[in-house]
Design a binder for this molecule. Sequence first.
Ligand code: SAH
Ligand code: SF4
Length: 361
Amino acid sequence: MTANLLDFDATAMERFLAGLGEKPFRARQLLRWIHQRGESELARMSDLSRQLRGRLAGAAVIEPPRVVGDSVAADGTRKWLFKVDGANAIDTVFIPEPGRGTLCVSSQAGCVLDCAFCLTGKQGFNRNLGTAEIVGQLWLARRLLGGARPITNVVMMGMGEPLLNLDHVVPALRLMLDDNAYGLSRRRVTVSTSGVIPGMDRLAEECPVALAVSLHAPDDVLRDRLVPLNRKYPIRALLAACRRYLERAPRDFITFEYVMLDGVNDSDRQAKALAALAGRLRCKFNLIPFNPFPRSGFRRSPPERIARFAGILRAAGLTATTRRTRGDAIDAACGQLAGEVRDRTRRTRAGAARRIAELRA
Ligand code: SAH
Ligand code: SF4
């Protein structure tokens, strides 16, 4: 079988080369060609011997996803649609800001977790992305953006739940951090999770990076409704997992994401309950104005409500920022990523409950 070299982190690349009878240091050379220089043609890797290039040509390719959509919003936010197979395409978003450029990367084609306010969840789920498809988004974005290294940060906040696909996400993260590949610092790579506790523990063990946790509610009754995964991993257990994560984390705080839903989770009382809940944990709140989509059933909290909610958190000594909405004109904002996913789950309430029950403990 032909290997895709974008699938290999340093260890896997060494193993692959050993299989071809090559020395481990060749892995470093290959990673640099592929990820630092963005090269996809083995024939052009001029410092590899003709013999090695010949052997590689028979056994491997460098194959990123295919670009099938590319749009730019007035604020410079750029969204690509990358085709990963005959049935599925995924979204990747680049968000330029003064002094930094953030790439928002997808981890799955769709998502099984079906949070009430998320379009990705509503689209259903098809499959996990492979390492080449995850790191390939960064590889392609770098190439398509051109110029001087515009990507300074990566957030795993695109389509899917990264902690349900760690087998492929961890090697992709390792490449993002590898000095022979993208060389990003652990603090500039963020994984966002809806609260998959075993995944948080495993990430801390295998590849600790900055962590964002989608909290969205101050109590289990409401969180059960908004984030159905809460029925399996309720708030108290989630906060304990956050504390464990902090022992290994590259940053000394967890970011809590909190989507602002008008009349649902945005009252003064809920802000106070949230402050009480988070009080003793080192954390920062990132309030995300809800991004609407047809038939969502939710409305965005008005700006003055969001400001007041943030004010209550700050008065309790917490840090709270509000995420600026970017790229909604091109459906590139948080929760608006639908890609093109051929749903293989049957979207019923009973089905969702069963899938959550089946998630690996
Ligand atoms: N599955 C992961 C990461 C992808 S979602 C997670 O849930 O954390 C990235 C962020 O966008 C999450 O905080 C998610 O709750 C939020 N989000 C989802 N739908 C949204 C919407 N319609 N408006 C605003 N934020 C949304
Ligand atoms: Fe999945 Fe995250 Fe959307 Fe929930 S918010 S459905 S976990 S992508």
